[in-house]
Design a binder for this molecule. Structure first.
Ligand SMILES: C[S@@+](CC[C@H](N)C(=O)[O-])C[C@H]1O[C@@H](n2cnc3c(N)ncnc32)[C@H](O)[C@@H]1O
Length: 264
């Protein structure tokens, strides 16, 4: 026996990170932006879907389904699907998207990670994409596992922060790294699963900012309220960003996701 207790290491690393989880209302205000453009015209969605093995499967459960960008295409290929999310705004968009796609086999339910899922039927495939924002990772992974009949797919951001490290440096804020994605892999191993790991790399599609206000809002989404000194420094950083073709400021920040999957 022996070896590190990854479950506890994750808990400790998570507790050290100052940023708080977003509320359902904050996510709801994001729904419109997440729903922009063609749902499938997005390299993340395409790469995630192409990694999901649906052979021998009839059903999917999508936890933190957002606007339904993964749930809806999967319901198009399977007999039935459930989408859970704790944000009414996201669910409204997901229901509208399912209707637009002519789907009648997608059940979209207001439900959080913490709620009781006992009335949600188990599914062949369970996914949790870009929503593993939890204090107890082992508990969340086991909850997904318990609801799966065949395969589970999750994604978790690679890297110490959701935001470009250069921004922390520019505003003088200390970066306390988020729990590493390898902790998620090792927790699964500790729980006796056999996880597989690959990566999805995307460009942040919202990388053009018409004005400083738009950029400040993006940064505050990740860092909470900025002090007046931090705001001044951020403005300097913004003023030095290159200009795009429509005179907007461009801040490119490639994003990598760990795609972690395992079987029952
Ligand atoms: C970044 S979005 C991801 C949406 C979608 N899964 C995707 O990858 O495009 C995160 C989603 O998780 C949901 N979420 C965040 N915390 C949650 C919680 N505690 N319980 C249920 N859903 C949650 C948010 O409302 C949001 O829709």
């Amino acid at each position: 026996m022996g070896g590190p207790d990854y479950i506890e290491l994750y808990r400790r690393a998570r507790a050290a990170v100052p940023s708080r989880s977003k509320t359902p209302e904050e996510w709801g205000r994001r729904a419109e932006r997440m729903n922009e453009g063609n749902l499938l015209d997005n390299s993340y969605t395409r790469d995630f879907l192409s990694a999901v093995d649906i052979s021998g499967c009839e059903s999917v459960l999508d936890v933190g389904c957002g606007v339904g960008n993964l749930l809806i295409p999967l319901c198009g290929k399977l007999k039935r699907g459930y989408g859970l999310d704790f944000s009414p705004g996201m669910l409204e968009a997901a229901r509208a998207n399912a209707k637009k796609a002519g789907l009648e086999n997608a059940t979209i339910v207001l439900r959080s990670w913490e709620d009781d899922w006992s009335d949600i039927p188990p599914a062949d495939i369970v996914i949790a994409s870009r929503c593993l924002d939890v204090d107890d990772m082992a508990w969340a992974l086991q909850k997904l596992h318990a609801h799966a009949q065949r395969r589970i797919y999750v994604t978790y951001r690679i890297g110490p922060s959701y935001l470009d490290e250069a921004i922390y440096e520019a505003i003088g804020r200390k970066l306390i790294p988020r729990p590493d994605h390898m902790l998620v892999v090792n927790i699964l191993k500790q729980l006796g699963m056999k996880p597989k790991l690959s990566t999805i790399r995307t460009e942040d599609k919202h990388s053009a900012y018409p004005d400083f206000e738009a950029f400040r809002k993006r940064v505050e989404w990740s860092l909470d309220t900025l002090s007046s000194d931090e705001t001044r420094k951020l403005r300097d950083f913004f003023e030095n960003l290159p200009r795009g073709t429509d005179d907007e400021r461009v801040h490119k920040h490639p994003i990598e996701w760990a795609l972690i999957s395992w079987e029952k």
